[in-house]
Design a protein. Structure first.
Length: 145
C-alpha cells in the first residue's frame, strides 16, 4: 500500500475549492493589489509588533502582579503576529512577479496570523479572519506559477 502524503495547502485547497468563486475581474484586481497590501501591512505589522513587544515587555511584570495568567500566551501571540508580518514582507517580491513562492509566503503568513489569534485568546475573530484570508488566497492561487 502506497503512503499518501498531503500538505496543509492541499488539505485546505480541497475545502476552499468547493466554495463559490469570485468573479474573474475581482480575482484579477486582487492579484494586482496583493503585493502592495503585503508590503504595507508587512511594514506596519513589523513596526507595530516590535513596538508592542517592547511596551508589553516593560509592563508584563506589573500585569503578572495583578494575577493576569495569560501574559505568556499574549507574548507568544504578539511574537507570532510579528512573524506573520515578516512573512508578508517576504512575500512582496514573489507576489509582485506572480510566483508560487510569494503565494506560499502569504499562506504561511495567514497560518501565523491564525496561531497569533489563538495564542492571544481571540478564537472567534481569528477563525473568521483566517477563513476570509484563506478563501481569498485560494481564489487567486491559479494566477501564481
Amino acid at each position: 500500500m502506497a503512503k499518501q502524503t498531503t500538505t496543509w495547502q492541499e488539505k485546505f485547497e480541497d475545502f476552499f475549492v468547493k466554495l463559490p468563486s469570485l468573479p474573474k475581474n475581482w480575482q484579477q484586481v486582487l492579484v494586482k493589489i496583493t503585493p502592495f497590501f503585503a508590503l504595507i501591512f508587512g511594514i506596519l505589522g513589523v513596526l507595530g509588533g516590535l513596538a508592542g513587544l517592547g511596551i508589553f515587555s516593560v509592563f508584563s511584570p506589573f500585569l503578572m502582579g495583578t494575577g493576569m495568567n495569560s501574559v505568556g500566551g499574549t507574548f507568544l501571540g504578539m511574537l507570532a503576529a510579528v512573524v506573520a508580518s515578516a512573512l508578508l514582507l517576504a512575500a512582496f517580491p514573489g507576489t509582485r512577479m506572480k510566483k508560487m513562492q510569494g503565494w506560499n509566503m502569504l499562506f504561511w503568513s495567514e497560518v501565523a496570523s491564525l496561531l497569533s489569534a489563538f495564542l492571544s485568546y481571540s478564537f472567534v475573530g481569528g477563525m473568521i479572519g483566517a477563513f476570509i484570508g484563506f478563501y481569498i488566497l485560494y481564489q487567486i492561487k491559479p494566477y501564481y506559477k
